[in-house]
Ligand binder design. Structure first.
Ligand code: NDP
Length: 450
């Protein structure tokens, strides 16, 4: 497809070495062919060239002082990608792997994900190569304050509303919000993922994981199945993974794995949720500790993984929930999953499957829910947090959860009916990309060349 090759070539020339970003763009553009062929207006208004170019990219120095009194310097990013549908919205990631290519891929995905929620939010992402691991609470606070010393001037409740992502939970949001308030003198709903006692929403913490399970339920219902009694594998052991495990157990499935960057747990009797929460939410411990507390569970250290493979995907299962990070599931992993009988994938993480893996899932015709649809519950509930802040209300857990559930059902309907509209029923990658793109592109056309 020449327009895909031309666009990627241009991105490589003007923004070199942003590998994950090219990958995310290619995946979206490959799906758009039937839409671009059907409706000439997108080419006429040159939407492709416009949509792959962020509206604004902010890069800044984050200098902070560690506990030894040494000055440390990190890079800070906020990429305000697209505001056609509403104020910029997307998380902040703190991880040593962060560079412009990661933030750009995440921001690009966020545009379409946010569009799929049906809510009025544009797409953005931010972060830093700061590694929160091994840092004291005071170091985290000083970093967050320094990060905010620059970011505060670019965000606001109707301009750009950041949230959490890898390495950013309610503690980090608290430190950033505190500094924002100090610098601006305003108590605005400028972040989501806040703690409940100062403006957060009930069920926001659970939303991404619960949403990924609701999405899987929708995919299975379409073929007359449920998750009840199914064996599931989950990767990650952070916010998304923990609440995926929780919801899977609530609906009668058995999640048998979790992982972190140091290794994985396989617990054939089912993951013990209380232990997982205690280790990850309270103690911040490694998963090796899990096997100490549950001798029937097996721990495999990442150093012992076979080359180029993530052994989680070789565990026999009916459904898989990749919930750690990008490109954690490659083509060989996909082959192993399919061989072992896995017939449902719901992505809690952003772009966890490589293009080779996606091609295998689509060719096999299994239920495959891409991240931009399956994990949209987090940002959707962030928007519900904004609505509560704006109306000075706090809804009950049940109220938020039931709205989340309805939004996930609606996303599934939109994505699957769009796939069918373009003659590719069941191809939810195509459905999600076309449905998200069409909404944003139509708004861009309405708003003129800006
Ligand atoms: P957390 O930081 O809470 O947890 C991330 C988990 O993944 C940790 O267990 C971490 O292990 C593991 N992990 C991270 N990087 C790697 C890596 N390179 N290799 C192996 N394991 C890794 O993040 P979240 O749970 O919030 O996010 C997980 C994914 O979900 C990300 O892709 C994120 O973008 C996506 N997402 C999150 C949303 C949210 O609401 N939080 C919303 C939508 C998508 P360790 O602690 O050892 O590093």
């Amino acid at each position: 497809m020449p327009y895909v090759a031309d666009t990627i070539a241009k991105l490589k020339r003007t923004g070199p070495a942003e590998i994950e970003y090219y990958q995310a763009v290619e995946e979206v553009l490959m799906s758009l062919r039937p839409l671009l062929d059907k409706d000439a207006k997108y080419k006429k208004h040159n939407i492709i060239d416009r949509i792959v170019e962020p509206e604004r990219q902010i890069m800044f120095r984050v200098a902070w002082i560690d506990d030894k009194g040494q000055v440390q310097v990190n890079k800070g990013y906020r990429i305000e990608f697209n505001s056609a549908l509403g104020p910029y919205k997307g998380g902040i990631r703190l991880h040593p792997s962060v560079y412009a290519g990661i933030i750009k891929f995440l921001g690009f995905e966020q545009i379409f994900k946010n569009a799929l929620t049906g809510l009025a939010i544009g797409g953005a992402k931010g972060g830093s190569d700061f590694d929160p691991k091994g840092k004291s609470d005071n170091e985290i606070m000083r970093f967050c304050q320094s990060f905010m010393n620059e970011l505060y001037r670019h965000i606001g409740p109707t301009t750009d509303i950041p949230a959490g992502d890898i390495g950013v939970g309610a503690r980090e949001i608290g430190y950033m919000f505190g500094q924002y308030k100090r610098l601006t003198g305003r108590y605005d709903g400028v972040f989501t993922g806040k703690k409940i006692n100062w403006g957060g929403s009930l069920a926001r913490k659970e939303a991404t994981g619960y949403g990924a399970v609701y999405f899987a339920q929708n995919m299975l219902a379409a073929i007359g199945q449920t998750l009840e009694g199914k064996t599931c594998v989950v990767s990650g052991a952070g916010n998304v993974a923990i609440y995926t495990v929780e919801k899977l157990q609530q609906v009668g499935a058995t999640p048998v794995t979790v992982s972190d960057s140091r290794g994985m747990i396989h617990h054939p009797q089912g993951i013990n949720l209380a232990t997982l929460k205690q280790l990850k939410e309270v103690e911040g411990a490694s998963l090796s500790e899990y096997a100490q507390r549950h001798p029937e569970a097996r721990y495999t250290a990442a150093a012992d993984y076979p080359a180029g493979r993530n052994p989680i995907w070789s565990v026999r299962c009916d459904a898989a929930f990749p919930s750690a990070t990008q490109n954690e599931l490659n083509e060989a992993d996909a082959v192993a999953l399919l061989k072992n009988g896995c017939s449902c994938i719901s992505e809690g993480a952003n772009m966890p499957s490589t293009q080779g893996a996606i091609d295998k899932f689509l060719a096999a015709g299994i239920s495959y829910g891409p991240g931009k649809a399956a994990n949209a519950g987090g940002v959707a509930t962030s928007q519900l947090e904004m609505a509560q802040n704006a109306s000075m209300q706090q809804w009950t857990f049940e109220e938020v959860d039931s709205r989340l559930h309805a939004i996930m059902n609606n996303i599934y309907q939109t994505v699957s009916s769009t796939a069918a509209e373009f003659g590719q029923a069941g191809n939810l990658v195509l459905g999600a990309n076309i449905a998200g793109f069409r909404k944003v592109a139509d708004a861009m056309i309405d708003q003129g060349v800006v």
